[in-house]
Design a protein around this ligand. Structure first.
Ligand code: 5GP
Ligand code: MN
Ligand code: MN
Length: 324
């Protein structure tokens, strides 16, 4: 029923109306890829009034800056104040949409496309599937139901979303259906080696050196996390400055940290401009980090979650240990 309502909402408002697509703050590959694929798909349907936006500065990691259609994304204050249709992507709660969350009150209709289990469903239509490996799984389905064929541009956006949220088809929601979707995207023109190189093997050398500094102070606590082991580190604004890097390069830092064999849980604390910490958490299965992050004001998935921390790094880690 939700699918037909979503298709109906798009068919009603997209052809002639103002359609605002919005994804979460600090967008990742799934947020951007899902949003840009849907924007391109709606334009293929003949929709002329499609805007795409996300809250905060229009800055994305270099690994995603090449995504087709990104140049057409508008800043939040240029997004229509009263769209006919609002579609949100990969946002687990209105707060993840910053000021764009206000558009729920002024839009005529809204569709929420997401895969976070914690998503309460806050649109006129909510399509939330916690079993979906990425929000782009839902976007592919919506485009198919709208009769939009996959072209190389749409497929590339959907693939980036899928390959980033599944950790290159390694994480636990990597089902046969995920590989079947990847196969459809490859048949539509995606070149996986090219995409992987641009997304995963495009780190500036300064960022490699920055990672070295930050990884050199990683701490392993084998008894923490219920005996599963905890590994963590922190990155300061001064570290970024020392290597001439922008904050986004730290998005990928959690991956080498979580590779630690002796730890079930990995945390990276990233100092923000206001003195708070953007905290990334990962689990290999022993802990539900979405509950830890949720208890500390954030959210996410069982094995990948985050929150905004306050105080010193040691205080933030003490709060995490207490929750674990
Ligand atoms: P990452 O560590 O890659 O930034 O985020 C991992 C997961 O946690 C993502 O699914 C994201 O949606 C969620 N997440 C990260 N930071 C926050 C936050 O501050 N608040 C909430 N609600 N979720 C977050
Ligand atoms: Mn995301
Ligand atoms: Mn996602």
């Amino acid at each position: 029923a939700a699918w037909s309502a979503a298709v109906e909402a798009v068919r009603t408002h997209a052809p002639a109306g103002r359609v605002l697509l919005a994804c979460h703050v600090n967008p990742d590959g799934d947020a951007l890829g899902s949003m840009l694929a849907l924007a391109a798909g709606l334009r293929r349907l003949g929709a002329t009034g499609v805007q795409a936006s996300f809250p905060g500065p229009l800055e994305v990691p270099g690994s995603l800056a090449w995504l087709p259609g990104l140049d057409a994304v508008v800043p939040e204050d240029e997004a229509w104040p009263d769209p006919d249709l609002l579609v949100t992507l990969d946002a687990a709660s209105p707060s993840r949409l910053g000021a764009l969350a206000g558009r729920f009150a002024t839009a005529r209709a809204s569709v929420v496309l997401d895969h976070h289990a914690s998503n309460p469903g806050f649109g006129t239509v909510s399509l939330v599937d916690p079993d979906a490996a990425a929000t782009s799984v839902l976007v592919e389905e919506l485009l198919a139901r709208l009769g939009v064929p996959l072209d190389p541009e749409i497929a590339e956006c959907l693939y980036v979303a899928l390959v980033t949220d599944t950790g290159s088809f390694r994480f636990d929601l990597t089902t046969p259906a995920v590989h079947e979707m990847a196969a459809r995207l490859l048949r539509a023109g995606v070149r996986p080696a090219d995409v992987s190189r641009r997304v995963f093997d495009s780190r500036p050398f300064g960022a490699v050196r920055l990672f070295a500094d930050v990884l050199s102070r990683a701490r392993l606590e084998p008894e923490a996390a219920g005996g599963g082991g905890l590994v963590w580190t922190y990155a300061l604004l001064a570290d970024l400055a020392a290597h001439g890097q922008r904050p986004h390069v730290l998005d990928a830092l959690i991956d080498p940290v979580r590779a630690t064999a002796e730890a079930d849980v990995a945390c990276v604390l990233k100092e923000a401009a206001d003195g708070s910490w953007n905290v990334s958490m990962r689990s290999k299965g022993g802990a539900d980090v979405s509950r830890v992050a949720g208890a500390l004001g954030g959210g996410g998935h069982r094995l990948a979650a985050g929150f905004t921390g306050h105080g010193t790094a040691d205080e933030v880690m003490a709060a995490i240990r207490a929750q674990l």
